[in-house]
Design a protein around this ligand. Structure first.
Ligand SMILES: Nc1ncnc2c1ncn2[C@@H]1O[C@H](COP(=O)(O)OP(=O)(O)O)[C@@H](O)[C@H]1O
Ligand SMILES: [Mg+2]
Length: 563
């Protein structure tokens, strides 16, 4: 199954990627257009100032003082307006960019949740963080910054070219001649850079993943005394990224150097020709200064375009890294019929086989039926497939063959992402969020009453401990436990699952950090306080088995009912 998913990660054509990039601008197109217009007006104003300067110089040379002052005043007012306009554009586009970034990041993380668990389990945390922040930010930058820049550069280029041609076609031609060549070079350069950028993004992901994992396992690094090794590995990954970024910089510098050289020649040619015409009295001094400004107004947009085109192509590698979640294994969003708790009869596995990798079958034609209200234990050696069974129940995995279903009075309902609402799952690992104990409990059911919360905490044998804390349920806990022991954190997680109030409660070695006495106490409490709830507990402690009505043992890819 994993193989099937990996095969889907095929190359997507640049055309498709451009289409997707365009589709990301949905909802922002008018705003982008507005920013583009603001930028274009700014470009036109720059050319306007160049033309006015020409007239100021010409009228000053012809000693027409009143015109010089009037024109000078217009230039001052124009420059001030241009300044205000350009700052307003910056502020406005920052605001829109930030909104768009949030929106796109939100959508990307939503696709993480909506994809199949197995597909998502291939990605490291650091990689997903990089994709949903760094890559999304590059995409936003292109749509909000680069597209308006390109349009305003084109406006500047065309206007300056038309005006300069009306004065002198030859000079305009010399200034422009390098344009098409430059744009073609940067197009080719862009494609090479796209590949390099993809490798850079991957290397950033690898580095971030390593940093995330080594921070998460900081206690292990300290206790194994492998700080030096861990730092060496960090340095290797940093060096790898630095070398790639350096390679990109060298590649860009050489190509840009060639382009710059071409520009210098073009500028010199146009200026010398202008100077020659000035010397021969063909043009005025004012026209000559206008020429040199117009020449630079033709060259700088071409230069700007040659810089922005590669960035548009390189961003496609980021689109590729984000689109992968849209293109792949989205969960089917079928709506299961609403079931009343008293309608439920049993959870059934019917000839269920499952494999992650084709030649390694984990479950083989497994049959299992759990009646509502039962308290069952699922036992078996490590690696047999107990967690896999629970993932099938939670619809995190789909059976390779056979069916998992909920039997009700009115018929049976297949297990899908929609039936997850009937289950509360407590994994072995700590799953507390940063915040207070109360915040964590309310996460499962934001409307839970005080009584519901107290009952859950008492059942999970953690009430007395929490009450003994100075801040009670308002004590701050978090990812790194925040002063709790593993066992205390596990009990809060169990209480949270009880607050969730679903017909099924699944504890997947969720009591592993607890002593047998406490674990026994929790199982007994659940039987007494939540007699209608179906409990599936995966445990290695034999004493607990006495407090369950049925025991299933997973052995040799099948379950057998021990009791
Ligand atoms: N995401 C996965 N991809 C491939 N193989 C997996 C994956 N998760 C678990 N397995 C394999 O499936 C088998 C059963 O794992 P699991 O259900 O976690 O066992 P248990 O919970 O009984 O210890 C193991 O051999 C494990 O290597
Ligand atoms: Mg397990």
């Amino acid at each position: 199954m994993l193989k099937k998913i990996k095969e889907k990660l095929i190359q997507i054509s640049n055309k498709e990627l451009f289409k997707t990039l365009f589709s990301y601008s949905k909802g922002y197109r008018l705003k982008i257009l507005y920013i583009t217009i603001l930028r274009a007006v700014n470009s036109l104003a720059t050319i306007g100032v160049a033309l006015l300067t020409k007239n100021i110089i010409d009228s000053a040379i012809s000693k027409d003082l009143s015109s010089t002052y009037t024109l000078g005043a217009i230039v001052v007012v124009g420059l001030l307006l241009k300044l205000v306009l350009s700052k307003y554009t910056t502020v406005y586009s920052t605001k829109v960019s930030e909104t768009m970034f949030n929106d796109l990041q939100h959508k990307t993380i939503k696709t993480f949740y909506n994809n199949q668990w197995l597909f998502m389990s291939q990605f490291k945390t650091g990689d997903l963080i990089t994709r949903s922040s760094n890559d999304v930010s590059r995409i936003t930058g292109i749509l909000m910054g680069t597209f308006p820049t390109i349009v305003s550069l084109l406006v500047q280029l065309i206007t300056a070219f038309v005006i300069l041609s009306s004065y002198d076609q030859m000079i305009a031609f010399i200034a422009f001649i390098l344009g098409p060549a430059t744009v073609s070079i940067s197009w080719v350069l862009g494609h090479k850079l796209k590949e390099l950028q993809a490798v850079i993004q991957e290397s950033i992901s690898e580095l971030n993943s390593y940093i995330t994992e080594s921070i998460q396992n900081m206690d292990l690094i300290q206790s194994f005394d492998i700080k030096e090794d861990a730092l060496d590995k960090l340095k290797d990954l940093q060096d790898k990224k630095r070398n790639l970024v350096y390679k990109k910089a060298v590649f860009t510098a050489i190509t840009k150097g060639i382009i710059d050289f071409g520009f210098t020649i073009g500028f010199l040619g146009a200026t010398l020709l202008g100077a020659y015409k000035l010397y021969n009295g063909v043009i005025s001094f004012g026209t000559f200064t206008a020429f040199s400004q117009l020449v630079s107004h033709i060259q700088s947009p071409i230069y700007g375009l040659s810089k922005t085109i590669p960035s548009i192509i390189t961003v496609l590698s980021s689109v590729e890294r984000v689109i992968v979640f849209n293109e792949n294994s989205m969960e089917s969003q079928n709506t299961a019929p609403e079931l009343q708790q008293n309608e439920l009869m049993s959870l059934q596995f019917e000839d269920v086989s499952f494999y992650y990798l084709k030649d390694n079958i984990i479950l083989d034609q497994l049959n299992l039926s759990i009646n509502i209200g039962d308290k069952i234990a699922l036992i078996g050696t490590s690696g047999e497939g107990k967690t896999t069974i629970l993932r099938l129940v939670m619809a995190l995995l789909e059976p390779s063959s056979g069916a998992v279903k909920l039997n009700c009075i009115s018929g049976s309902v297949p297990i899908t992402s929609e039936t997850r609402k009937y289950f509360s799952y407590v994994p072995q690992k700590n799953s507390l969020f940063s915040g207070s104990i109360l915040d964590n409990l309310l996460l499962a059911n934001k409307n839970a009453s005080k009584e519901v919360i107290e009952k859950a905490l008492q059942t999970a044998c953690i009430y007395d401990f929490i009450m003994s804390l100075p801040n009670g349920v308002n004590t701050i806990v978090g990812e790194r436990l925040g002063g709790l022991s593993e066992g205390q954190a596990q009990r809060i997680c169990i209480a949270r699952a009880l607050v969730h109030n679903t017909p099924f409660l699944i504890l997947d070695e969720a009591t592993s950090a607890l002593d047998t006495e406490t674990e026994k106490c929790i199982v007994i409490n659940i039987s007494e306080n939540y007699s209608k709830k179906t409990l599936i507990v995966v445990t290695h402690k034999t004493e607990i088995l006495n407090y369950c009505n049925h025991i299933f043992k997973l052995d040799n890819k099948k379950t057998t009912k021990v009791r």
